[in-house]
Design a protein. Structure first.
Length: 274
């Protein structure tokens, strides 16, 4: 399997920008909003921030002790979920001010570490949430994860939406790598089918997927026809909600043109994030 080689500067710039946006989004929240349940099962809005702190702390080589059997919790479904929950347990008794101080501290440390990396470092092997790949791929996944959590926080509070194209574009680059898997394997789209994702909003683009022996992203469909057998038109924020399996996702907001049955099957299987 080919490694994902990505230029370091755009990915790091997007991640640093996304961290700054998360801080701007949570800073004006009332204490009630901060501690209120979020759209994520078992998590408050504060827990989402603590989750980002925990993940970046892990990447910095830090750890926290296990305080209870988090695997028994209903919303914890895998080892990654267990690891996440350990960090949340660590920060739940902590004041809002201390959580945000921890956020600012780890973001500063991680920013310095990423800025000090070379392109060779970025191209090095890493075990990512998507399997073995490069450290650069892992950092693109971090942009995606933090961008999705910005949506989660907004959906849990004032209902606003992200507007920054830079992290959105990187997050959509990451989503695009999984769409052939969704179309071909998860949705079982028939061989010979062409699928167009017409994505609007932040990071807007068109993604073309053709199903041959396996589904793959293409620059143009093999027959040269600009139209697709199935066209799915949706906002990038809605796509983020759908791939994340969020309860705020609404499949009805996806406009389907062409083979509706195939289109509905694809939309039903977009929730691939573990």
């Amino acid at each position: 399997m080919a490694k994902t080689v990505l230029p370091i500067a755009p990915i790091v710039d997007a991640l640093v920008a996304q961290w700054a946006t998360l801080e701007r989004v949570v800073s004006p929240l009332s204490d009630e909003q901060w501690s209120a349940p979020s759209i994520l099962p078992g998590w408050s809005v504060a827990d989402i921030v603590a989750h980002v702190v925990g993940t970046e702390s892990l990447l910095e080589g830090r750890d926290v002790p296990t305080t209870r059997d988090v695997a028994a919790l209903e919303h914890v479904r895998n080892p990654i979920g267990e690891l996440n929950e350990r960090w949340l347990d660590h920060y739940r008794p902590v004041t809002r001010a201390d959580v945000m101080a921890a956020y600012e501290e780890i973001v500063g440390v991680r920013t310095e570490a990423l800025r000090a990396m070379t392109q060779n470092d970025f191209d090095g092997d890493a075990l990512t949430p998507a399997g073995p790949d490069t450290y650069g791929r892992f950092m693109r996944i971090r942009v995606f994860d933090c961008w999705i959590h910005e949506i989660d926080i907004r959906d849990s509070t004032d209902g606003s939406v992200p507007s920054d194209d830079v992290p959105a574009a990187v997050a959509l680059d990451e989503i695009a790598t999984s769409l052939p898997y969704v179309v071909g394997k998860r949705a079982g789209t028939p061989k010979g089918t062409s699928v167009l994702f017409a994505i609007e909003g932040p990071g807007a683009r068109q993604i073309r997927i053709y199903v041959d022996d396996r589904a793959a992203t293409v620059d143009a469909f093999p027959d040269g026809d600009e139209s697709a057998d199935v066209t799915l038109t949706l906002d990038s924020i809605d796509l983020g909600r759908l791939v994340g399996g969020r309860k705020t996702a609404n499949p009805a907001r996806v406009a389907i043109a062409g083979d509706r049955a195939v289109g509905e099957a694809i939309v039903a299987k977009l929730d691939y994030v573990i």
